[in-house]
Design a binder for this molecule. Structure first.
Ligand SMILES: [Zn+2]
Length: 405
């Protein structure tokens, strides 16, 4: 009890990472929502209404303000999902008019606390304690950095180059309790003896590459995988260690799949462009944001075998330029971006392609050897450590076989 006459300091909800009732209840809700369809439905609807209401007051969505307000209204006959269908897509280059160069995406404190609760269900699935060190391992060289996690101060964040992480492992050290990197970085870390790695979907993991006929076989590079998009408050989807499917964080992000040409929603089970709506961020709403990734929402006939009721997503990679409306599933797989047409569409995808097919770019974005060994210290992309799949592709100055490109 304070005796200096000032009122007691109320713990900041969710920001101190402590055990205040708000934080605990958020964590409980996040853990339950992915296994309780009715709770998930209610949480999603409530959050969508709040986001539509917030979007209606912004300049970027002023032309759809009427629809957004209608969707936000909590009254019989007003479905926020029906209203969402009417909101124009937010494409690349058209995001946040007037604030296109903003490096920081404003998020309200509540969104950060919700993100922490949603991350916690992944960390629990990985068997991590409340307080631990999460290290983002980047494939290029850069000075190590560390500090508290933006979302949960109990978690310490480090950022380390791959070679430095390998050196720590070789010296018997532990670069972090959880190591996050691209699938190729995770494979390198595992080869160096790391026992805890989490792949972030910057590049295609081995199972997806096998699915697309680029290479065959091999287990995933890490026991769990994240699909993150810079604009979204929370990861869009997670592949947990106990399930082969990638589950959408449906209480944080709403995923739509659109036909690559008509931009209309395709039936469940058909591949297309992903349009994302952030259900947490009311400070800077992102509604129906087309991020350039391609995927399929799989048929969800009841809960998944793992018990989760959230939709399952098959992420296929980045959309390539639609040069033709008759394009087929086409993969850009060479180290120098040589286009390779998949003449034989893999069986698993045959029934999932939209009319006209898809153009995919599946080139390695970060050929590991080049980045780790040849590129001097440069300015890496900035932003949240686990939220960088949307970073523009930067081709290395030398090709993977060491010759000048
Ligand atoms: Zn599952």
């Amino acid at each position: 009890m304070r005796t200096d006459g000032r009122p007691p300091v109320r713990p900041r909800r969710g920001s101190d990472g402590g055990s205040d009732a708000g934080t605990e209840s958020r964590i409980r809700c996040a853990a339950t929502a992915e296994r309780d369809a009715e709770l998930l439905r209610k949480v999603r609807e409530r959050r969508l209404r709040a986001v539509l209401s917030a979007a209606a007051g912004t300049r970027a969505y002023r032309k759809s303000a009427g629809i957004l307000r209608q969707g936000a209204e909590d009254a019989a006959g007003h479905s926020p999902w029906a209203a969402l269908d009417e909101v124009p897509l937010l494409g690349r280059g058209r995001r946040r008019p007037g604030a296109a160069d903003a490096a920081v995406i404003a998020r309200p404190r509540a969104a950060a606390a919700e993100r922490a609760a949603i991350d916690r269900r992944l960390f629990d699935a990985l068997g991590l304690p409340p307080s631990f060190t999460c290290t983002a391992v980047v494939p290029w060289r850069e000075p190590p950095a560390s500090g508290p996690c933006l979302y949960d101060p109990r978690i310490r964040r480090r950022r380390l180059g791959l070679r430095e992480a390998e050196a720590e492992l070789a010296a018997g050290g532990r670069p972090g309790d959880l190591l996050v990197g691209t699938p190729a970085v995770c494979a390198a870390l595992r080869a160096a003896g790391a026992d805890a790695a989490l792949a972030s979907a910057w590049e295609l993991p081995r199972p997806t590459r096998a699915l697309l006929g680029i290479d065959h076989g091999g287990p995933p590079e890490a026991p769990a995988e994240l699909y993150t998009v810079a604009e979204m408050t929370a990861p869009v989807a997670v592949r947990y260690p106990d399930c082969r499917a990638m589950h959408v964080n449906a209480d944080a992000v709403h995923v739509e799949v659109l036909h690559p040409v008509t931009r209309r929603p395709v039936p469940t089970g058909t591949a297309g462009l992903l349009a994302l709506t952030d259900l947490l961020n009311t400070a800077m709403p992102f509604v129906r944001c087309v991020v350039g990734d391609v995927g399929v929402l799989l048929d969800a006939a009841g809960p998944c075998a793992c018990g989760r009721v959230t939709p399952r997503l098959l992420l296929l990679g980045r959309a390539a330029a639609p040069d033709s409306v008759t394009a087929r599933l086409t993969v850009d797989a060479g180290p120098r971006g040589v286009v390779r047409h998949l003449r034989h569409v893999p069986d698993e995808l045959r029934d999932r392609l939209p009319d006209g097919g898809l153009w995919l770019s599946a080139a390695e974005r970060h050929p590991l050897a080049v980045w780790a060994d040849r590129v001097p210290i440069t300015t890496p992309p900035t932003g949240a450590l686990m939220s960088e799949p949307d970073v523009p592709v930067r081709r290395p100055v030398t090709s993977i076989d060491g010759r000048d490109a």
